[in-house]
Structure formats: C-alpha cells, structure tokens
Ligand binder design. Structure first.
Ligand SMILES: C[C@@]1(CC(=O)O)C2=NC(=C\c3[nH]c(c(CCC(=O)O)c3CC(=O)O)Cc3[nH]c(c(CC(=O)O)c3CCC(=O)O)/C=C3\N/C(=C\2)[C@@H](CCC(=O)O)[C@]3(C)CC(=O)O)/[C@H]1CCC(=O)O
Ligand SMILES: NC(=O)c1ccc[n+]([C@@H]2O[C@H](COP(=O)([O-])OP(=O)(O)OC[C@H]3O[C@@H](n4cnc5c(N)ncnc54)[C@H](O)[C@@H]3O)[C@@H](O)[C@H]2O)c1
Length: 218
C-alpha cells in the first residue's frame, strides 16, 4: 500500500519521543528543523543529544522510564525505544486517542511513516517506498538531489514574490497569471537563474512572442 503524503505545519506542535538511541535522534533532528516542540523521554541517551542543547527551550529531555502520562497533550508521538512491547502499547494508546504515531518496531504499528527528505528553503521533497525499502528511498533521494538546481529554494521564494505581483497586476486574469508563473518557473529551471523582475519582463515578452506566433499561423 502507498501512503498519502501530507505537508503539515508542525510549528509549535508537542511531539513526544520515547527513546534516546540512534533512531530517536534521527527523528528528533528531522522534527526540530520544522519548528516542533519536543519532549524526549529515555532511560539513556546517546551522546549526540548533548550537542543539541535545549534549542531555546524547544527540546526537553527526561532521563527516566516512560509513563503513559507523558502522552497527555501530545500532537504527535514517536515510539523509538528498543522495547517492542512498549512501542506497541504506545502505538495502541495513540491510535485510540487519534494521535499520529510512528513506531520504530515496524510500520504495522505506525499511523505515518517518515520519508527520506530533501529540504531547500520552502521546497521539500519527501520520498517513501511505503516502508518497503528505506535503502531505496535513500538512493532515490541522492539521485534527485543530483539533478536539482542548487538555488531551488531561493528560486521558489522569488517565484512566490512574483506571484504576488501578478495577483495585484492581473487580478481578473487567472489564465494569464498561470501562464506567467509557468513560463517563469520553466525558464528558471532551464537556465538555473533565480527569477527577478527582469525575468518577469522577459517572460512577458516570451509570452507575447508565443501569442504573436499563434496569431500569425492561424
Ligand atoms: C527515510 C528514513 C527517514 C528516517 O527514519 O529519518 C527512513 N529510514 C532511514 C534510515 C535508515 N533506515 C534503516 C537504517 C539502518 C541501516 C540499515 O539497516 O540499512 C537507516 C540509517 C541509514 O540508512 O543511514 C533501516 C531500517 N529502517 C526501517 C527498518 C525497520 C523496518 O523496515 O521495519 C529498518 C531496519 C533494517 C531494514 O529492514 O532495512 C524502517 C523505516 N525507515 C524509514 C525511513 C521508514 C520507511 C521509509 C520508506 O517508506 O521507504 C520506516 C518504516 C520507519 C519510519 O517511518 O520511520 C531514513 C533515510 C535517511 C535519508 O537518507 O534521508
Ligand atoms: N538503528 C536503526 O537504524 C534502526 C532502524 C529501524 C528500526 N530500529 C529499531 O528501533 C529501535 C530503536 O533503535 P535504536 O538504535 O535507537 O536503539 P537503542 O538501543 O540505541 O535505543 C533504545 C532507547 O530506548 C530507551 N528505552 C528503552 N526502554 C525504555 C523505557 N521503558 N522508557 C524510556 N526509554 C526506554 C533506551 O533508554 C534507549 O535510549 C530498536 O528496537 C531497533 O530494532 C532500528
């Protein structure tokens, strides 16, 4: 089965992670980068956690046994202990309470999976094999990274600004706005150049040329 990919704003979400090993650390790093608040509970932590600090209060660590009480108010839960029974109990509790849960013990106990992630500014690409082969997800990620233009994040940001300009300039012409956005995105991918207002004028010229050509041939 394939999994539906959501792009969710998790800023300020309370994420509870049970476990302080390699798996928990990988998930913690991923979630921190997207602005979540984390509470990690584990009987022992790998040293990498020390280097994370408390992330200006966004990362809290409790060095003790997990208690069910820890799940109160959680928006998202990761069961990443090495105790399969515990991971399973956490998963059952969360599913009953409708809290999204990911378990390191297997996808059967997870209501969502983590993808291999490419993040460049506002551009995020998530790759999943539906849990079949994390290794394949990793290699696919490397391949995609190899063909992405370096400045893709900045390009997306600039296209966002230009899009706002079109919305003001051509409020009643959605088709024109779509063509302009499309032409600019295509050109910046072709040339590898970050679009700016000059690119906007060029795109308008290009579109005029295309329109002229069509009119002349009809
Ligand atoms: C993408 C990434 C995200 C992340 O975890 O952060 C990810 N695993 C990554 C790394 C990684 N995984 C493994 C190792 C150890 C080395 C090795 O053993 O080879 C390493 C370390 C490394 O490779 O460096 C082994 C492994 N993984 C899972 C199992 C158990 C199982 O299959 O039951 C086993 C045990 C062995 C096996 O059977 O292979 C399970 C899952 N791993 C997933 C995601 C989910 C499905 C993704 C999909 O749909 O494809 C799922 C279901 C869990 C989940 O949802 O979290 C991240 C890629 C980093 C990147 O490149 O970005
Ligand atoms: N290492 C991998 O790449 C990988 C990949 C996929 C799945 N897994 C599975 O994920 C699990 C975790 O892997 P890991 O390498 O992070 O393990 P680990 O042994 O490094 O860490 C396990 C953590 O669970 C904590 N823990 C155990 N019982 C607890 C309890 N009752 N309360 C609080 N904390 C408790 C321990 O303190 C420790 O921090 C394992 O079961 C493993 O089989 C590992």
């Amino acid at each position: 089965m394939s999994y539906f990919p959501f792009f969710v704003d998790i800023k300020g979400w309370l994420c509870v992670i049970v476990g302080g090993g390699k798996v928990a650390y990988r998930k913690v790093c991923g979630l921190l980068a997207f602005g979540a608040d984390l509470h990690v509970i584990a009987t022992a932590f790998i040293p990498e956690f020390e280097h994370l600090g408390n992330q200006s209060g966004r990362l809290r660590r409790s060095c003790r046994e997990f208690q069910e009480e820890d799940l109160r108010g959680a928006d998202l839960v990761i069961a990443a202990s090495d105790d399969e029974g515990l991971n399973q109990r956490i998963s059952v509790f969360c599913r009953q309470a409708h809290i999204p849960v990911n378990s390191a013990s297997g996808k059967e106990d997870s209501s969502f999976l983590f993808p291999a992630l490419i993040t460049e500014g506002p551009v995020t690409i998530g790759i999943s094999t539906g849990g079949n082969s994390p290794a394949l997800a990793h290699f696919l990620k490397e391949r995609i990274q190899g063909v992405l233009p370096e400045e893709i994040g900045e390009t997306a940001q600039e296209l966002g600004k230009l899009r706002e300009i079109f919305q003001k300039q051509y409020p009643d012409s959605p088709a024109l706005r779509r063509s302009l956005s499309g032409t600019l995105a295509e050109e910046s991918l072709k040339t590898g150049k970050i679009p700016d207002e000059c690119a906007l004028i060029e795109a308008q010229n290009l579109m005029n040329k295309k329109t002229d050509k069509r009119t002349n041939t009809t």
